[in-house]
Design a protein around this ligand. Structure first.
Ligand code: NCD
Length: 335
């Protein structure tokens, strides 16, 4: 795809070579993310970071990524604090905000809302998550992490064995990640969900149509045998019709060190898009795994900054000139 000036709405937009381009660019961002150097390449540019749904990592890492490239960030964090509560349409909001910014990141609870917003925007819009539909930047950072983690073992993405665990019905990160992985060859997907939270049939048929092996499990232990990656997700409680319905799924699957040791191959990498639900009744990823070196969740979150910097640099057409506008860090860095 031509990244320059494009909206990033769905992983369907990417080919394998586009992904390679994003990841090469992300690699070049490490010196800035690690504060070895500063770049001002986006000096004068403004990001509108519009989050109409809760977010910590996605919002702050998009904002930090833009700041690290030298740009300024304006933010809305609640629907309540925006004019959408006064009945303003997404189209009008887009027309107005695109007059104030050079790029917009948007998260919204409705599926398709970010595309609707983008259609009325004069500047590129990046989807920060639209309902349970897609979360393209999360899938990119997940795949970037998978590559990095398994490369140290001499493996590549083709032939990967991955277990996706938890709420596969409403988890937009999983939906985007499955579609992205489907571009590679010969992947074994172990889809591990309680009955009622299975992956959407459209996702499963896409994987099968592309020739990947898909096995379905309703029980955690069997589903995580013989995989390179266990990708655990939170029950997306906010998407259920009622809290009572959501409560039925809480705590059904709990990956902890004992379950890991008994069922996973040694060195299986553990991932989670975060936040993990650490309430005692939930615990889909127990904190006794924190000492396990294969727990990649914080490396995964760190990678989000690199991938988001890459997306901004590509969309705003500065990916090859970031270093020209750079200098050493004058202040003490703890990194
Ligand atoms: C995910 C999301 O919002 O879809 N979180 C994130 O962006 N890192 C997953 C989740 O909320 O469970």
């Amino acid at each position: 795809m031509n990244f320059v000036g494009s909206h990033i709405l769905s992983v369907d937009q990417f080919s394998r070579s586009d992904i390679a381009r994003i990841f090469e660019t992300a690699d070049t961002m490490l010196v800035y993310a690690e504060r070895q150097r500063i770049t001002r390449i986006l000096e004068g540019a403004i990001l509108s970071n519009m989050f109409f749904e809760p977010s910590t990592r996605t919002r702050v890492s998009f904002g930090s990524a833009f700041n690290l490239l030298g740009g300024e960030v304006r933010e809305t964090t609640e629907v309540r604090a925006s004019s959408l509560t006064k009945g303003e349409s997404l189209e009008d909001t887009a027309r107005v905000l695109s007059g104030y910014s050079d790029v917009i990141v948007m998260r919204h609870p409705q599926e398709g809302s970010v595309a609707e917003f983008a259609a009325a925007s004069r500047v590129p819009v990046i989807n920060g998550g639209d309902g349970s539909n897609e979360h393209p930047s999360q899938a990119l950072l997940d795949l970037y992490t998978i590559r990095k983690e398994i490369r140290t073992r001499g493996a590549g993405v083709d032939g990967l064995r991955i277990a996706l665990v938890g709420d596969l019905k409403y988890g937009r990160a999983v939906h985007s990640l499955c579609k992205l992985l489907a571009l590679y060859d010969n992947i074994h997907f172990s889809l591990v969900a309680p009955p009622g939270l299975s992956a959407p049939p459209a996702v499963v048929s896409l994987l099968e149509a592309k020739g990947h092996k898909v096995t379905i499990h309703h029980e955690l232990e069997r589903g995580i045998h013989h995989v390179d990656i266990v990708y655990v997700t939170r029950t997306q409680e906010e998407r259920f019709a009622s809290q009572d319905e959501a409560d039925r799924y809480r705590g059904l699957f709990q990956l902890n060190q004992a379950v890991y040791t008994a069922n996973c191959e040694p060195n299986t990498v553990i991932m989670h898009p975060l936040p993990r639900d650490s309430r005692s009744e939930a615990q889909e990823l127990a904190s006794d795994l924190d000492a396990n070196p294969n727990l990649a969740i914080f490396r995964q979150a760190d990678n989000g900054v690199l991938v988001r910097m890459a997306l901004f640099a590509l969309v705003l057409d500065v990916a090859d000139r970031v270093d020209e506008f750079s200098k050493p860090v004058p202040w003490h860095s703890h990194r």
